[in-house]
Design a protein around this ligand. Sequence first.
Ligand code: G3P
Length: 223
Amino acid sequence: MFLDTANYEEIEAALALGIFDGVTTNPTILLKEYRSRFDMMTLASQMGIPFLFVQVVGNRMEDMWEDYLLLLEQSDHMHGTSIGVKVPLHHEGIRFIKKVKQSDPQFPVLGTAIYTAEQAIIGSLAGCHYLSPYVNRMASNSLNPYVEIKRMRQFIDNQGLDVQILAASFHESQEVVQALEAGAHSATISYQMYQDLINNKLALLDIHTFNDHARQLPTGENV
Ligand code: G3P
């Protein structure tokens, strides 16, 4: 599972849990912290984030390529953190992925801004290692994210492609579970979503009661 944030405190708290493989970012997430992608890369290295996905920007393949080279240059100053690029899956994104594949076939590429199985299928054929369908954004736009995820997973499995569906964009914890049930291999979630997933209200009440009862137990001196 990945953590979808650029917030220092959230990353620090989440990394300590040992359940996250790394961090995913995009320009919107970074803007919330008012942190540049390059500063985020430095921070990731300082914090010991094992893996960081940074989104490449630009409208045309040529702009994205120039941007990618700058990201690579910055990554030379990183220690202990591997990076991958997030690439929006449209025509120019596919052209860019082709160029990355020619220069470094193993460089991790995550296809992002996915709303349909069609986009994901093209992305997997282009050689993406990860695909991120935007679950909540799909649902908000009258698309069924679970049907789309099921269709993309079926294609991946039928073709035997080496690509993982890393579902993204969640507002409800049930969306995460449903995305995984539909065939997503994993998910990238906010720290708040992690808390929503783990802090079940009924379990919290039970834990409160157990601790309350534990305080009322005899001390054990009479055993
Ligand atoms: O990783 C993509 C994700 O950050 C988009 O999430 O909540 O802005 O739809 P959201």
